[in-house]
Design a protein around this ligand. Structure first.
Ligand code: PHE
Length: 457
């Protein structure tokens, strides 16, 4: 067996993986998409899809990582039959995190900026509109965006440079408990607001009015994104896993943690919105425009607002660490360069890629982008990675696992340390049939070749 750095402890591995899963997807995207599709039914569907689609592919990526003990490019290459034919899937699995990393740093930079602004009590004495406008000022200021993006990128690089145990595991063990404490504190605070009851029904009662096929498919995409699959992350983290670790149990624990945090985040954010009858707007607006306005109306603005944005920063950081680790592991293993050099090169590449995203609001770079493509650069990269690269990677990963990977290796990796090896057959059925079919549906809807909404109306 190859010598490879492993996670120091089971808890460390679980916290690092949960850290990758819990990120802007749970704190920012999940609440607003839940709002968009009317609440409860969407949450229920998201829950089912997490377990039916997200979890099987998550287990599959751990199986690949543990079998190959390598970065995604080498893992798909080495496990291929015939030789190296699937290596290309390793490369596309690295391209996705590179793109996501570049714009994730921009959003995370906003959060970092807002944490500082909150500490400076920026909303004191300002009208609602002035507080809201602060985001537009930030968004359209290229240099300030770039400053915070770079700062966040440097922090991520610092953690990844220290390696698996001393960097990723060490920081996950600190940041994840803090994240949970902050979340619970804010939730307790939200629970005192008059809109809490309303938001409870909103999130848990299955209203069906606003739900449609597009919502179903969005829930599927989100279930995969929030579990960090399709981007080589789980393969890479799985390759540092010890042989006695239980794969199905790990997947179940992470999925539960991710779901709980997503629902808690929604339960924390909606009461604030309901209490003041704000329209639940989506996208960057929800976090950076609406929330500061609301915090300003409530007692303890400085503390609640700072804690809230630090929570976002911590969640984002444990996710960007995992995105960067895929790229660094790949550069180190494929090109045989040192970790330090890889970190430098990956950070430089990400920095260059993040420049047009950081300038999306100011149009300093590619001023005509939105005119030509209908979306700004930032949103283009986001939707390309989320709606195309991720589902395509998941689709081919499930086909690889189900039909092309060596049967013996697959079963051995799945069963090592597993308390319920009986789950192997049902898992294989999901990976072979259910996951590819579900992903094909997302892709069909995405290409607008088939519009399920009009089809079932
Ligand atoms: N799961 C993260 C989130 O919910 C995003 C992510 C995707 C991180 C893929 C790493 C890899 O925000």
């Amino acid at each position: 067996m190859k010598a490879r750095e492993h996670w120091g402890s089971r808890v460390g591995f679980l916290l690092a993986t949960a850290g990758s899963a819990i990120g802007l997807g749970s704190l920012w995207k999940f609440p607003y998409v839940t709002g968009k599709y009317g609440g409860g039914l969407f949450v229920l569907i998201y829950l089912f899809l997490t377990f039916l689609i997200g979890v099987p592919i998550f287990m599959g990526e751990l199986v690949i990582g543990r079998s190959a003990l390598a970065c995604p490019v080498n893992a798909f290459g080495e496990l291929s039959m015939p030789k190296r034919s699937w290596q290309i899937l390793g490369w596309t699995s690295c391209f996705a995190p590179l793109l996501v990393f570049s714009f994730y740093c921009v959003v995370s930079g906003w959060a970092l900026n807002y944490a500082l602004m909150s500490l400076l009590n920026f909303s004191a004495g300002k009208s609602d509109d002035q507080i809201r406008e602060a985001f537009q000022v930030l968004f359209s200021s290229f240099d300030i965006n770039l400053l915070w993006t770079t700062l966040f990128l440097l922090v991520t690089t610092g953690v990844v440079y220290k390696g698996i145990r001393q960097g990723i595991e060490f920081w996950s063990k600190i940041l994840m408990p803090l994240l949970l404490i902050f979340l619970l504190l804010l939730l307790a605070y939200s629970a005192t607001l008059s809109g809490f009851k309303e938001s409870f029904f909103f999130v848990f009662a299955p209203h069906a009015e606003k739900m449609n096929a597009a919502g179903f498919l969005e829930a599927l995409g989100l279930a995969c994104f929030t579990l960090s699959v399709g981007m080589g992350v789980i393969i890479t983290y799985g390759s540092y896993m010890k042989q006695h670790e239980d794969i199905p149990k790990t997947a179940f624990v992470i999925a539960m943690a991710n779901l709980i945090v997503s629902v808690l985040a929604a339960m924390m954010i909606f009461p604030i919105i309901f209490t003041f009858h704000f329209p639940s707007i989506g996208g960057p607006g929800l976090l950076f425009e609406t929330m500061p306005v609301l915090f300003a109306k409530l007692p303890g603005t400085l503390i609640t607002s700072t804690i809230f944005f630090l929570l976002v920063v911590f969640a984002a950081l444990t996710s960007t660490i995992s995105l960067m680790e895929v790229l660094v592991a790949t550069a180190t293993e494929v090109y045989g360069i040192s970790r330090g050099k890889s970190c430098f090169l990956v950070a430089l590449l990400t920095f260059i890629l993040s420049i047009p995203s950081a300038s999306s609001g100011s149009s300093v770079i590619f001023p005509d982008w939105a005119l030509l493509y209908g979306k700004n650069f930032f949103t283009t990269v986001d939707s390309f990675a989320f709606s195309w690269l991720l589902p395509i990677n998941v689709l081919f990963t499930s086909i690889f696992l189900g039909y092309f990977m060596d049967k013996h290796l697959r079963q051995t990796a799945f069963s090592a340390g597993c308390k319920w090896p009986i789950l192997y057959k049902p898992w294989l059925f999901f990976v072979r049939i259910v996951v590819p079919l579900a992903i094909l549906l997302i892709l069909l809807q995405g290409t607008t070749l088939v519009d399920f909404d009009t089809l079932f109306r």
